[in-house]
Design a protein around this ligand. Structure first.
Ligand code: AMP
Length: 542
């Protein structure tokens, strides 16, 4: 027997409608690309999103069309998200930090009809324009006064488009599985693949993310969305904030420590989220200038492993609770978050810190399993490492245009490509990316654990560990390290430090000091490139 409740579609437009109805006066603050701080309300945002939707309809945009964006976190970019998705078209956030040939590849692959861009990315688009096969026009997210000179053909001014409309539009109704947004994977191997989020997956993800044990966002929260909207849907924060009427602060193009700090304090931000690199810059700025974080209550760190020292500094020195999160583009993106449980209340801080360094426990809505190479489930004992697999309503089913073929196992789980173990409390601990694991004498060494241990050395700023050929052991770890500013650690220092922290057979066979390390467009170490560069490196241990 079926239940007899209404089957209303879960649509992204309901989020902006909710904000307009119940939180019309709540503010959205942006540090604009042009420079000044811009303030307006959810009422304004709703009206202007509808005007934009009208303009898109006038341009012939229809259900299922893909509309690209190259934009920072700003109020205009937010309006594009809602305006596009609200009429059943798809917001395709293009990561402007990708290599240019990847940008043109994904715009063509997604067949973007229009591109919304900030003035910051005009030069990139000018270079790429001859290769872009489907783009009818570029809409520059600025006003008339700030329109740049450009060789781009078919350019429109965003504010002109908005001004020409009256906002008298009712959001379209369509099936909830209609695609809402799209992101491409960062593509460290092969071409990037498109992930199509549905209206349903975005709304369910927002509902689950807002919960107290997850992001804990409500109308009293002041949210700063630092994670870029072009990284896996900005971790869903631009959907969660309007859903609950949270004041929303958008940092625009300025992600340096001083700019972030200024906004955090001026706007009395209580919650924020970003990758570790951003927090490194913020903490360095705070330490150098002897500052405090008087308003910030919580920070979510994800995208790469949050270093132990970073978690400890936020919590002990500045009283800011850290939620260490794991997720991916293929998942809308949240999978797990490290909120402590009631049963852990009395644990000593060092033990809590051990849990906080893990990638958190699965949020409601995502099922986890870990499997060995033969697809057998492994126990959640905090030791058995295997392939991390996920299933749920905001986990990818297949890539855009079927790239990569069948990507789910027989039980419908998606292989994340991460290697992890899960403990009895349900906390996931990533030990590596499957392809980054160092296989030595038939055993696995976690390159992430080794990097984390090494970067704890006070004279090191950043580390990467890769496996290189060894005739006896197959592979042995090689550590590449960047020295901290003004420090000159030696190989012996570093190896001695590591010998006290990891088992003997994990200690790298060599240490090379480098000036920089390559990163992907989302700030992750580009291990593939490092491996390529050192593939013929001869270790001194044979
Ligand atoms: P992306 O799709 O670019 O967001 O990358 C997702 C991948 O980033 C995951 O599969 C992990 O390998 C990595 N990742 C995300 N969050 C974390 C974290 N908290 N710690 C370590 N790695 C992470």
């Amino acid at each position: 027997m079926l239940g007899q409740m209404q089957d209303r579609p879960l649509l992204v437009s309901s989020l902006v409608e909710q904000a307009e109805k119940f939180h019309a006066e709540q503010e959205i603050i942006t540090r604009t690309v042009e420079g000044p701080i811009h303030r307006y309300t959810y009422r304004d945002m709703g009206l202007r999103s509808r005007k934009l939707a009208q303009a898109l309809q006038a341009l012939g945009v229809k259900l299922g069309d893909r509309i690209g964006t190259l934009g920072w976190n700003t109020y205009r970019h937010l309006e594009v998200w809602y305006g596009v998705t609200g009429i059943g078209a798809i917001t395709h956030t293009v990561n402007p930090r990708l290599y240019e040939d990847q940008i043109s590849y994904i715009i063509n692959h997604a067949e973007n009809k229009f591109i919304f861009t900030d003035t910051s990315f005009i030069k990139i688009l000018e270079r790429l324009e001859p290769q872009l096969q489907t783009v009818e026009a570029f809409i520059i997210m600025t006003d008339k006064a700030n329109m740049p000179d450009t060789s781009l053909k078919n350019v429109m001014c965003y504010e002109d488009l908005i001004d020409a409309q009256d906002g008298d539009l009712v959001w379209s109704t369509f099936e909830e599985n209609t695609a809402a947004a799209m992101c491409y994977t960062s593509g460290t191997t092969g071409n990037p693949k498109g992930v199509l989020y549905s209206n349903r997956s975005c709304v369910l993800h927002a509902m689950a993310s807002a919960a107290p044990d997850v992001l804990n966002i409500g109308s009293e929260t002041v949210v700063m969305a630092v994670v870029p909207m072009f990284h896996a849907n900005g971790w869903g924060i631009p959907y969660v904030a309007p859903m609950h009427g949270a004041k929303l602060v958008l940092p625009g193009p300025h992600m340096d420590g001083a700019s972030i700090y200024e906004l955090l304090n001026q706007e009395k931000v209580t919650f924020t989220a970003a990758v570790p690199t951003v927090w490194l810059m913020l903490l360095a700025h705070i330490e150098e200038n002897n500052l405090e974080l008087p308003f910030l209550d919580r920070v979510v760190i994800g995208g790469s492993a949050a270093p132990r020292t970073m978690i400890e500094t936020f919590e002990k020195k500045y009283g800011v609770i850290v939620g260490h999160a794991w997720g991916m583009t293929e998942m809308n993106p949240l999978g797990s978050l490290g909120t402590m449980k009631a049963s852990m209340q009395d644990l000593p801080y060092e033990t809590l810190l051990d849990y906080k360094c893990k990638q958190g426990r699965g949020v409601y809505g995502v099922e986890f399993k870990i499997t060995d190479d033969d697809a057998n489930r492994l126990p959640w004992d905090g030791e058995s490492s295997g392939h991390l697999m996920v299933r749920g309503p905001w986990v990818v089913q297949s890539y855009f245009r079927g790239e990569g073929g069948k990507i789910l196992d027989d039980e419908g789980f998606f292989d994340t490509g991460d290697i992890a173990h899960i403990d009895q409390e349900g906390f996931v601990q990533l030990t590596d990316r499957a392809k980054d694991v160092i296989k030595t004498g038939g055993e696995w060494i976690s390159s992430i654990d080794l990097e984390n241990a090494a970067v704890g050395h006070p004279d090191l700023a950043e580390c990467a560990v890769i496996g290189v050929y060894h005739p006896k052991w197959d592979e042995r770890p090689l550590l590449l390290a960047i020295a901290a500013k003004g420090k000159s650690p030696t190989k012996d220092d570093v190896l001695a430090y590591l010998s006290d922290r990891v088992v003997k057979w994990w200690v790298p066979d060599d240490v090379i000091f480098v000036d920089e390390l390559p990163h992907t467009a989302t700030g992750k170490l580009l291990k593939m490139k490092i491996r390529e560069e050192y593939k013929d490196y001869k270790l001194p241990t044979y």
